[in-house]
Ligand binder design. Structure first.
Ligand code: NDP
Length: 448
């Protein structure tokens, strides 16, 4: 990628050489730095203050051994991570991911993105991320519990309600947060429920947190559509993934009058031309923890296809909600050729740089992850507020706050893009709007 600004070009070269074995991290940094050129051009003082060099280096990275015992008495060892990326505007905040693909580079890319995303929410949260290369698939509840307890036995030393507040992500839902909270409470001998978000409702969780990322994605998307004289109503929608984000994006897109015809998992995808039956999906995924392929046994008119390929389905709106780099340049061209005019990212960095370039060049509506999926962490922020106040808000109260936050995020991106003459480039707008607040706070706090 070509940089005109020599300061940014030098920083990017350093990042690439220092982190050569972390392609996802390099990709995330490059995408952000590229769109900051108009702002950094206006602020030569950033170079002297080493601002961007500090922003691309995590404040702290923790890696640790996670030993645990399976149901047969066999010992396993996984590698745990917590990357505390940036605390300029608030305590570190970001999810934990349990998936075999987890490594330091992936956690760093997620933590870096999280810093700007959290800034966009307008709530006082810094950026962090963590996880483990543990695979919860196929494990018994007891195995998951023992693993979570071992993970927290190290992690608790580094987190706290005013220090670092983890939450869920891929492979970490209510069950895992519950086991981790239990272990934290036991070790600390204190009921500090502000230490984790995504908790169960009986011990400090927030109503609407489960729905928040998927709903928030649709609130953002509907606002983007409305600003461009369109809406979900009557549109065909394809959503990848079938986890937490995908399920609640399906629910809200359907409520808005869209028809969601496809969902996927890491093995394949289902196509249901009548619109997927969400009650069946929820039962399969949330209750039975079954594979998505089972859907066609319950809805015989639907079809299941093994492998990738969900982006070949004709749609108006595509919402990638599975994982990073799941939508490449070829997929983007296929979507565009099939008439797709709106893509909004529920997952983190699901579109490759080539795919993003194709969307921007085609001038379709593109909602970037750090803005479009910020509803999850925003509602985590609301959960923290309720914990501090020792109060619980109703579903409607939380949902309304989430709706307003997502609407404001859309307009922050739109306005920031317009200010640098890039009307409609919400990806650049999100980076610029998220960056400004963090930059200002870091400049004010001196060289730390
Ligand atoms: P879940 O674990 O609930 O679901 C993940 C879904 O994505 C599953 O359907 C899974 O399929 C699929 N998936 C995971 N890895 C891959 C892969 N390598 N290839 C293809 N499919 C894959 O996670 P979430 O729904 O919580 O997270 C989905 C995305 O949204 C992630 O990028 C996450 O970082 C992002 N996100 C989540 C937030 C949240 O609040 N949960 C907040 C903001 C962003 P399978 O079951 O086969 O693994």
């Amino acid at each position: 990628m070509d940089f005109q600004n020599t300061y940014l070009k030098d920083v990017m070269a350093q990042v690439a050489s220092k982190n050569a074995d972390q392609p996802e991290f390099i990709q995330a940094v490059e995408e952000v730095l590229k769109s900051l050129e108009p702002i950094v051009d206006l602020h030569p003082e950033y170079a002297k203050a080493g601002l961007i060099e500090r922003m691309v280096e995590p404040e702290r990275q923790i890696m640790f051994r996670v030993p645990w015992v399976d149901d047969n008495g066999q010992v396993h060892v996984n590698r745990g991570f917590r990357v505390q990326f940036n605390s300029a505007i608030g305590p570190f905040k970001g999810g934990l991911r349990f998936h075999p693909s987890v490594n330091l580079g992936i956690i760093k890319f997620l933590g870096f993105e999280q810093t700007f995303k959290n800034s966009l929410t307008s709530l006082p949260m810094g950026g962090g991320k963590g996880g483990c290369d543990f695979d919860p698939k196929g494990k018994s509840d007891n195995e998951v519990m023992r693993f979570c307890q071992s993970f927290m036995t190290e992690l608790y030393k580094h987190i706290g309600p005013n220090t670092d507040i983890p939450a869920g992500d891929i492979g970490v839902g209510g069950r895992e947060i519950g086991y981790m909270f239990g272990q934290y409470k036991r070790i600390r001998t204190a009921f500090e429920n502000g230490v984790l978000t995504g908790k169960g409702l009986t011990y400090g969780g927030s109503l609407a947190r489960t729905q928040a990322t998927g709903y928030g994605l649709c609130y953002f998307t509907e606002e983007m559509l409305k600003a461009n004289k369109s809406s979900f109503k009557g549109k065909t929608v394809v959503i990848s993934g079938s986890g937490n984000v995908a399920i609640y994006a399906t629910e809200k897109a359907t409520e808005y009058g869209g028809k969601v015809v496809a969902l996927s998992d890491s093995n394949g995808y289902i196509y249901d031309e009548n619109g997927v039956d969400l009650a069946i999906i929820k039962d399969l995924k949330e209750v039975k923890r079954a594979r998505l392929s089972e859907y066609v046994n319950l809805v015989p008119t639907a079809k299941y296809f093994a492998g990738k390929g969900i982006w070949t389905i004709k749609c108006d709106i595509a919402l990638p909600c599975a994982t990073q780099n799941e939508l490449n340049g070829d997929d983007a061209r296929t979507l565009l050729a099939n008439g797709c005019f709106c893509v909004a990212e529920g997952a983190n960095m699901p579109s490759t740089p080539e795919a993003i370039d194709a969307f921007i060049a085609a001038k379709i509506l593109f909602g970037p992850a750090k803005a479009a999926n910020a509803g999850g962490v925003a509602t985590s922020g609301l959960e923290m507020s309720q914990n501090s106040l020792r109060l619980s808000w109703t579903f409607e109260e939380v949902d309304e706050k989430l709706f307003n936050i997502m609407k404001n995020i859309f307009w922050a991106c739109s306005n920031a893009a317009s200010e640098v003459g890039m009307d409609g480039n919400y990806a650049a707008g999100a980076n610029i709007a998220g960056f400004k607040k963090v930059a200002e706070a870091m400049m004010a706090q001196g060289v730390i």
